[in-house]
Write a protein that binds this ligand. Structure first.
Ligand code: ADQ
Length: 465
């Protein structure tokens, strides 16, 4: 069995379930193969290390899993992480060209850090390691490793959306980025929409030839591509909902909001998540369906995120003002329509909150997948489940057809769907929830990592020179 090497911008202690996200997704495969997880330590160091050799690589061991991390200089952090990854790729891949800052220093820093990662990772590799690279921070990593002679199987998974070709083409280095993907053996996307955009890009910009349903030839290389929608650990989440803390939280919320209809939103404070549009839609609900006044309460948790990127600061101010206005305009002495919490909430408290809510609002303007949608479904009581109002622009909408799908830009349409969710008969809720639960169980996080890694292990490899 090949050892698994996971590479991502950040790593996490693979034993901790509290971390959620990628740690849960790759833990099992790392433990099964005695794997290695490589990434940035999260620390900034004063002096640059030499790019070659093992200086500056911190190795920690947790059972049979090793974590190897490197520090970044302030300049590398500002250009690679803040500048290119989060100031160019994140906005453009979420269709927000207006927020992108195409500064050439950023792309240079991005290349430099990908080269640094390749130089520091290469000496740690064994010949038959299976390498799995995650997300937009590290698109050119395989190309850098190949340039140094690495012949291992390398797969890449894009957690965020793939934009249509005309949007992608706005990035000055778009051709280099897309060519870099052809250094991998397998590239996975969240959904078929993303896969379609990638195919259109390489067909229109690089005259790619399809070779079979999942293989493309371009830039003199052959690449396997497919959609692998990421899931959650359903049993872990159901377990959290039934654990003491989950039950206590549920009981407290039910008591506190016994006379109210509770709605919930849980997100990172990010412009892709459609938070201002959600507050507008909720305002429309109060305006057009007055029976919700003095009753419907939206708890919106928006955890702080990337606060040193300018666009995030603007969003924070916008949310403060919109939530203040709706509470000022509609609030009563004993009822506030919106409880807006700009803080992290512990993962083990979320299931109880989800279960006590009649409706979840998961309404991003664009999202790779959105795991909150799946976590909300997993936390429900199957005999009396809450309803999910889901943006058609979340990757999860490709799978979760029994949710109420909305266009988050359409405040009135969204308000109408929220009203429908709040008033949906119990039998319809039960039927929809059962279908959704079946789907998230079939394609859970274990299915996701197994399918990707099986396909990577079997992907035909190009001859490497
Ligand atoms: P994110 O944009 O971070 O991830 P998402 O999938 O919604 O988005 O959340 C990831 C995890 O963070 C979930 O487990 C969720 O519970 C947790 N989380 C989010 N907000 C939280 C909050 N305020 N408090 C506590 N926990 C919170 C990126 C892509 C997504 C894709 C994932 C996984 O942007 O589209 O689904 O990667 O591939």
């Amino acid at each position: 069995m090949s050892r698994l090497v996971v590479v991502s911008n950040r790593t996490a202690d693979p034993r901790k379930t509290a971390a959620g996200g990628l740690a849960v997704a790759v833990r099992e495969s790392l433990q099964r193969t005695g794997g290695l997880w490589f990434g940035w330590s999260g620390k900034i160091r004063g002096d640059p290390d030499g790019i070659d050799g093992q200086s500056g690589v911190h190795i920690q061991t947790f059972g049979n899993v090793s974590l190897a991390t490197v520090d970044l200089t302030q300049q590398d952090h500002d250009t690679y992480y803040l500048g290119y990854a989060n100031g160019v790729l994140w906005p453009v891949f979420h269709y927000r060209l207006d927020l992108a800052d195409f500064d050439t220093r950023f792309s240079a820093g991005y290349r430099r850090v990908n080269q640094l990662f390749a130089h520091k990772l290469l000496p740690l590799l064994k010949p038959d390691d299976l390498i799995w690279v995650h997300d937009y921070h590290l698109i050119p990593l395989a190309a850098e490793l190949r340039a140094m002679g690495c012949g291992n199987r390398i797969g890449f998974f894009l957690h965020i959306p793939m934009p249509p070709p005309m949007i992608m083409a706005a990035i000055p280095e778009h051709e280099w980025l897309m060519r870099s993907l052809f250094a991998y053996d397998l590239v996975g996307f969240q959904g078929h929409v993303d896969l379609g955009h990638f195919r259109h890009y390489v067909e229109s910009e690089a005259h790619a030839m399809p070779i079979g349903p999942q293989r493309l030839r371009a830039f003199n290389r052959t690449l396997q591509v497919d959609a692998y929608p990421i899931g959650i650990d359903v049993d872990e989440f159901v377990g959290l909902a039934n654990a003491k803390e989950g039950r206590d939280m549920f009981a407290r919320m039910r008591e506190e909001y016994s006379r109210r209809r509770l709605l919930v939103g849980v997100d990172r404070l990010d412009y892709s998540k459609g938070l201002p549009q959600r507050v507008h839609a909720f305002r429309e609900l109060l305006a057009h369906y007055p029976e919700n006044r003095d009753s419907a309460t939206l708890i919106q948790i928006a955890s702080p995120s990337r606060e040193s990127v300018g666009a995030y600061d603007d969003l924070r101010r916008q949310m403060d003002s919109l939530c203040g206005a709706i509470n000022g305009d509609y609030g009563e002495l004993d009822w506030m329509p919106v409880r807006y919490i700009h803080r992290n909430v512990a993962r083990k408290r979320l299931p109880g909150l989800y279960r006590a809510s009649r409706v979840a609002l998961v309404t991003p303007l664009r999202d790779g997948m959105n795991l909150v949608a799946k976590e909300f479904i997993a936390a429900q009581d199957p005999a009396d489940p809450g309803m999910l109002v889901l943006s058609r622009f979340a990757g999860a909408a490709e799978q979760l057809k029994e949710a109420l799908l909305v266009n988050p830009y359409d405040a009135q349409g969204t308000a109408h769907a929220i009203q429908r969710a709040l008033t949906m008969p119990q039998e319809e809720r039960i039927n929809r929830h059962a279908a959704l639960m079946k789907r998230i169980r079939q394609q859970d996080v274990h299915w996701w990592s197994r399918s990707f890694l099986d396909a990577l292990a079997e992907a035909p490899q190009d001859e490497r020179v």
